[in-house]
Design a protein around this ligand. Structure first.
Ligand SMILES: Cc1cc2nc3c(=O)[nH]c(=O)nc-3n(C[C@H](O)[C@H](O)[C@H](O)COP(=O)(O)OP(=O)(O)OC[C@H]3O[C@@H](n4cnc5c(N)ncnc54)[C@H](O)[C@@H]3O)c2cc1C
Length: 416
């Protein structure tokens, strides 16, 4: 069923009794050409583009819980393509272009809102670094504008411009960046993939990977054994766990990343703003809540709880940027487990097993990457060759020394 104003009107006339479920609940078949492990944004987008763009039809997505239960439904919804390094920038710009046409493409309202992403700078050196980044963005075809303090003051008069330690000097603005309703992305891709014949199997955890020699032949799951021609792992914060089922040890640590939402307020933040003197990012949802977050918790964990020290750290940075935040009540906080690689950048690559493919290493920026990661991973699976914007995301770059260290933090995962 195609969603449109006409379909809403016609269904209203018949008492809304004829809406179809957005996707089927099929029983697993004994064998698929491609099995994708992980029904998050990336796994579902991979299935959608495999079917739609690359013509693969016999596909299953296996999800251990329900759709949207992972990081796709836990993130702070920010999309942007404001990167410096050539291994990253064209990839994220490709993703932003896909976001721009996504709702029409999969016929689902994901509330894509290009409200602008503003990164504040607080010193001359930081302004120079942002100028360089803005130039790299322009060279890749993205948009970027360097703002001075008066420009920023006109947009966001309530920021603390004269903070003694971190005075705000200006910002780097990407107007095409913004936010997207995160769980609607999972639902939109799921509905689109299902319509193309993909079997989406929820509550089906993969517990083992079957092999004959070097070839993967199938997976053991909580719903029986399922054979496959190709196996694709896309399990976000659990990449190390699923890869270990095939004997792989990844250059990845697992950390919790927390997010927060405040009580509902009248609209006052029109865009996404990030602090340049600490890790803090904030936007305002359509319901009025401020949605914000900061650094990952510094220790390795699979617990989604999160640590109070990080809560304090995030709040401190927020209040340093917007003093008025101290008078607002935080309503909820939650966490998600993210992969952190040694250079902070992801992996989209084949593995040492010829029919096992890996999409991993996604941390702070994995949501905005969803369309491009899905497209590029589908390209790799269908054609056995990397997409041109994802050639740098190789698994062996850590051994070869070709790191993509966007933050310049060195080989310490929790610092990226
Ligand atoms: C608090 C927080 C805030 C964030 N904010 C942003 C942001 O503002 N912008 C941005 O770009 N990124 C952000 N991210 C990162 C982004 O959300 C993730 O990088 C991205 O969602 C990961 O890809 P995914 O959607 O496929 O992950 P997930 O939704 O986590 O999907 C992986 C799926 O694999 C399933 N799975 C795991 N093991 C198995 C198994 N054995 N068998 C079957 N299924 C399995 C899981 O249940 C899960 O559903 C944030 C993350 C968090 C936690």
């Amino acid at each position: 069923m195609r969603y449109s104003a006409l379909s809403i009107f016609l269904n209203a006339l018949s008492g809304n009794r004829h809406w179809q479920p957005a996707w089927r609940e099929p029983a697993p078949k004994p064998h698929y050409d491609v099995v994708i492990v992980g029904g998050g944004g990336h796994g579902l987008a991979t299935a959608y583009y495999l079917a739609k763009v690359f013509g693969v039809r016999n596909i299953a997505v296996l999800e251990k819980s329900y759709l949207g239960s992972g990081n796709i439904g836990r993130n702070t919804t920010i999309i942007r393509s404001n990167y410096l390094l050539e291994g990253n920038q064209p990839f994220y710009e490709f993703s932003l272009k896909l976001w721009e046409g996504l709702e029409q493409d999969f016929n689902f309202n994901a509330m894509v809102s290009q409200r602008g992403v503003l990164n504040l700078y607080h010193s001359d050196a930081q302004r120079d670094a942002y100028t360089r980044r803005g130039n790299a963005m322009l060279l890749s075809g993205a948009d970027a504008e360097l703002l001075d303090r008066d420009d920023v003051r006109r947009m966001l008069p309530f920021l603390d411009f004269t903070n003694a330690r971190f005075p705000i000097r200006g910002g780097l603005l990407q107007r095409r960046g913004g936010t997207v309703r995160h769980d609607a992305v999972a639902w939109g891709y799921a509905r689109g993939a299902d319509a193309l014949g993909v079997d989406i199997i929820q509550h089906c955890a993969v517990t083992g990977i079957r092999r004959e020699g070097d070839r993967v032949t199938g997976v053991d799951t909580t719903r029986g054994t399922i054979g496959c021609g190709k196996l694709a792992l896309s399990t976000a914060g659990h990449s190390s766990v699923t890869a270990s089922l095939a004997g792989l040890r990844l250059p990845v640590e697992s950390h919790v990343l927390q997010a927060f939402v405040s009580e509902g307020l009248k609209p006052f933040i029109d865009n996404v703003v990030t602090f340049g003197a600490g890790h803090f990012y904030v936007s305002q949802s359509d319901k009025g809540g401020l949605v914000f977050g900061g650094d990952i918790d510094g220790y390795n964990s699979y617990a989604r709880r999160g640590n109070l020290a990080t809560v304090e750290h995030v709040m401190e940075a927020g209040v340093a940027m917007i003093p008025g935040l101290s008078r607002i009540r935080a309503l909820r906080s939650w966490g998600g487990i993210v992969d952190m690689t040694m250079d902070g950048s992801p992996i989209i690559d084949k593995t040492h097993l010829p029919n096992l493919y890996l999409n991993a290493g996604w941390n702070y920026g994995g949501f905005k990457a969803t369309p491009a990661a899905g497209w590029c991973f589908a390209h790799l699976i269908a054609r056995d060759a990397p997409h041109e914007v994802a050639t740098a995301y190789r698994l062996d770059r850590f051994a070869r020394g070709y790191l993509i260290d966007e933050r310049g933090a060195g080989a310490q995962a929790n610092l990226h």
